[in-house]
Structures are given as C-alpha cells and as structure tokens.
Design a protein around this ligand. Structure first.
Ligand code: RIB
Ligand code: CA
Length: 354
C-alpha cells in the first residue's frame, strides 16, 4: 500500500448491486478517499444497469463529477449470470432512483484502469467489488499493471469458508472464473519478475460475512443524520414504515430492506452481509484487517469446483505468494465508521450541519 499523507486515490470497479451502492456512498463520505473513477462490470445485474445504478448513487451523493466507465459487458468465456433474487431486478432492491444526468465515460473500463495507473505509477488503489472481467482485460493489455498500481484490493473468494454461490465459490469469482484466474496469475507472474510488486489484498467471505448490518444500525444511522432513528429502522423492516424525506436515507432503507429480506431467507437472520463497503473501508485503512501472504489460484475447469479460490496454505506449489488473504477484520469498528459516515453524508444531503 503506498505510503501517502493525502487521500488514497481509488478506482472502484463494481457491479452495483445493493452493497456496491453502500460502498460507493462510503467512499464518497470518506475524507481519506479520492475517487479517481468508477468502472462497471456485469454481475449482480447486467452491465448497463450497473452503470445506471452507479451513476444514480453517485448523483445521490452529489458526486456527478466522478468519471464512470463501462467495459466488457459479459464474462470472458461464459454466459452472464445475474442475481435478481439477491439485489432485485434492477439491482437496487425496493429503492427507486431518478434517471441519472451523468454521462458515461468515453473510455473502456480496461483502458481507463491502465491509463490512470500509468499516469500515477504506484499511486492508485484499485478496489474490485464485482467480477474481475475488466481487471483481467486491463492486465492483459498492460502486463505491468501489478507494478503500476499501488494496491489491488479484491472483494472475492472464499479461502477457509464455504462459498455463497456453490459450496466452494463466491459470487464475484463464480461469475467470471477465467477472469479471476487471469488476474491472480498475472499478479503471480509480476511478483515472480519483481518481488517488490505489492500482493493483491484479497477479502473473501472469510471476513466479509462478519460485517453484518442489522436494523439497529439503521436506527443509529438515522440519528446520526439528525432524524428519527426509530422511523428509519421501521422503514428497513417494512414498506409500511414511514418513507424518509431524506433521499439518501430513503435509498438506504428501501434498498437494504430487499437485501435484508433476502438474507432472512438465505442466511437465517434479518440483516445483511455488507461485503463491499467493508472492502472499501479496509482499502482506506488496512489496519482494520489482518491478512496472510499466500499463493492463490482459481479453478476454472472443475465440474463441481469451478470458481473456487484455492489458497496454498502449506506452500506445496512452491510459488511466491501473490495475495494477502484476510483472515480477521474489526467488523465493529467498520460498522461504527459506516454508520457515522453514511449518517453524516445523509445529513449533508439534507443541508443539516453534520
Ligand atoms: O459475494 C458477495 C459479492 O457478490 C458482493 O460484491 C456482492 O455485491 C456481489 O457482487
Ligand atoms: Ca458487488
């Protein structure tokens, strides 16, 4: 991770989705983040819907200045699968957002990533919150990308825990395993050529499923925003709850209500694993997590294990570690920061001193 005193320059690659939207708002609300650009990849919903959602969420946060790019719209070698049951048919749950006024960048996502990395060698942290399709294209176009980036931070994989899409694969890897294999192997090659190249920081379900957002967090967030926290909690629990006047709070409650309903059915608790904002928080402050260097590769040919992230914990492959795989995270500190920062963002959106 580059040692800098100023804000961390971020390129965020996402498949906006509900937790991606939270991650974008968290980045917008973090003074330590300089959002260089956002690149969109198909995953939770199709790529053009991702681009629509991404721009609409940034506009909600008042960040119409951010460049948003589209890239390849389907995985490298497979049919696209999406997950409307998790994020809703449009990827924002029960929320509704006005059509965006922001233009799409003229640049392809892969070109944007390469060009910005070349422009600021060692300076940019690339945070991926969705399938690795465009990152794979970027590193195929520029094999030196691992050396040109300050850090690659990946939300993806399941290293010592079960998958959430198959018994062994996590969604972002599962959608495009070939892309994930290209990325992990490119980092392996680059580190083999130059040991000073930073390893990828990989945050899998091992840690992201510890970031459980509960209705009580929405109550605290509503109070932080200067509103009735109980009303916001009521809204995230039921559509019968009062509709917040604050557009940020209404988006949060209505998108998260869908996500929490999904988790109640799929995971047995009324709340949400908020994978993506946790990863942005760690990218901005790596002290929130503890990670172990390990060689990681991705299964692509498996009949039952395609998309599995395989970590060589015993060093049997005798390959240099290409990843720092997170094993621990301070989820409590993260959730406190999320409540404070999103609550403050909402307050500012309503013109309330925060
Ligand atoms: O497995 C969780 C990941 O898949 C998150 O990034 C979520 O947004 C989905 O993309
Ligand atoms: Ca995502």
């Amino acid at each position: 991770m580059p040692v800098t005193s100023g804000p961390t320059p971020l390129i965020i690659d996402c498949d906006t989705g509900i937790d991606d939207g939270l991650a974008l708002l968290y980045a917008c609300a973090s003074p330590g983040a300089e959002i260089v650009a956002v690149t969109c990849t198909a995953g939770n919903v199709d790529a053009r819907q991702v681009a629509q959602n991404t721009r609409a969420v940034l506009e909600l946060a008042g960040r119409t200045d951010v460049e948003v790019a589209l890239g390849r719209e389907v995985p490298l070698a497979r049919e696209l699968i999406t997950t409307p049951e998790t994020h809703g048919p449009l990827g924002i749950g029960w929320a509704e957002l006005p059509p965006t006024s922001m233009p799409l960048s003229a640049r392809h996502s892969a070109d944007l990533i390469v060009e910005e990395a070349r422009r600021r060698p060692g300076g940019i942290t690339l945070v991926t919150l969705g399938p690795l399709t465009n990152v794979a294209l970027a590193v195929l176009r520029e094999p030196e990308l691992p050396r040109l980036l300050g850090r690659l931070v990946i939300m993806g994989g399941a290293y010592r825990v079960p998958g959430n899409t198959t018994p062994v694969s996590e969604w972002n890897i599962h959608v495009d395993p070939e892309a994930a294999q290209v990325v992990f192997r490119a980092w392996m090659s680059a580190i083999g050529r130059d040991a000073s190249v930073p390893r990828a920081l990989a945050l899998g379900l091992d840690v992201t499923e510890r970031a459980r957002l509960l209705p009580g967090h929405l109550a605290a967030l509503g109070r932080r925003a200067g509103t009735d926290g109980a009303a916001l909690e009521a809204r995230v629990r039921s559509a019968e709850g009062p509709a917040p006047a604050n557009p940020v709070l209404r988006y949060l409650a209505d998108s998260l209500r869908f996500y929490m309903e999904f988790h109640a059915k799929a995971d047995g608790f009324y709340g949400a694993f908020i994978h993506d904002p946790l990863v942005v928080a760690v990218a901005l402050d790596e002290t929130l997590a503890r990670a172990t260097p390990v060689a990681v590769d991705v299964e692509v040919a498996g009949e039952v294990a395609a998309g599995q992230t395989v970590a060589d914990w015993r060093g049997l492959w005798q390959r240099s570690p290409n990843a720092d795989v997170a094993a621990e995270v301070d989820a409590g500190a993260f959730l406190d920061r999320l409540v404070d920062r999103l609550g403050g963002l909402a307050a500012r959106a309503a013109g309330v001193a925060s």
